[in-house]
Design a protein around this ligand. Structure first.
Ligand code: SF4
Length: 196
C-alpha cells in the first residue's frame, strides 16, 4: 500500500502495538543490565550515579528533548511514553522534532561509559587469547562486551525496521531522516497527532 502523501510504502501507525513496545524495553533492559555490570565492576558508587542519571534521562530529559514535540504526544508511541508524558509536560506547539535534537548529546554518557569500561574488561581477556592462554577469556565478563554491542545494534535495527517505518514523525525525525537537521526550527507544516 502506498502512502502517497509522504512517499512511503508503509502507512503510519496511530498507536503502536504492545509487542513492539515490550520488545524494545526487553532489549533496553538487557543493555542496561550489562552496562550496570561493567560499571559496578569498576566502582559501585559510579553505578549508583549512572542509574540515577539514566532515570533522569528517561523521565525528564527524553520527554523535554523529544516527546513534547512528537506527533505521539498523548498517544501510545513505540517507546510507550507518549501518554504519561502528555499528563506531566506541556506540549511544544511551535518547534519541530529536530529543533532540540542536539541536546540528545546528554544521552551519550549512558553508552559511552559502559563502552569504555566494557572494552577494558574485554581487552583483559583478549590479551590472554593473544598469548594463547585461552582459558583467560571467559564469556562472563569478557564476552559481555561483544554482547553489549550486539544488543545495541539489534535494538537499533529493530526499531528502525519495526517502528520508524510506521512512524508519523519519520519525515521530521533526525533519527530516520537526517536531512531535517538542515532545516530545523519552527514547524508550520506540523503533522497532526494521530486520531484518538
Ligand atoms: S522516526 Fe523512529 S526514532 Fe523518530 S520518532 Fe519515529 S520511531 Fe522514534
Amino acid at each position: 500500500m502506498q502512502d502517497v502523501a509522504h512517499g512511503f510504502s508503509i502507512p503510519p501507525l496511530d498507536r503502536y502495538p504492545w509487542r513492539i513496545i515490550l520488545f524494545r524495553w526487553l532489549l533496553l533492559a538487557v543493555e542496561a543490565s550489562i552496562a550496570v555490570k561493567f560499571i559496578i565492576g569498576f566502582r559501585f558508587e559510579l553505578a549508583v550515579i549512572y542509574i540515577a542519571y539514566g532515570v533522569i534521562c528517561l523521565f525528564l530529559l527524553l520527554p523535554l528533548i523529544r516527546c513534547v514535540r512528537c506527533s505521539y504526544y498523548g498517544k501510545r508511541c513505540n517507546f510507550g511514553w507518549g501518554v504519561w508524558v502528555s499528563k506531566v509536560f506541556p506540549r511544544d506547539e511551535v518547534n519541530s522534532q529536530s529543533a532540540f535534537y542536539g541536546y540528545t548529546i546528554l544521552f551519550w554518557p549512558l553508552r559511552l561509559l559502559p563502552i569504555i569500561l566494557g572494552f577494558q574488561v574485554f581487552l583483559n581477556g583478549f590479551i590472554g587469547v593473544l598469548s594463547w592462554e585461552f582459558e583467560q577469556f571467559q564469556i562472563i565478563p569478557h564476552g559481555l562486551f561483544p554482547a553489549y554491542l550486539l544488543t545495541i545494534f539489534l535494538h537499533r535495527r529493530f526499531y528502525r525496521a519495526a517502528a520508524c517505518v510506521k512512524c508519523h514523525e519519520r519525515l521530521n525525525c533526525p533519527v530516520y531522516n537526517c536531512g531535517v537537521m538542515l532545516a530545523h526550527g519552527s514547524r508550520p507544516e506540523r503533522m497532526q497527532p494521530p486520531a484518538a
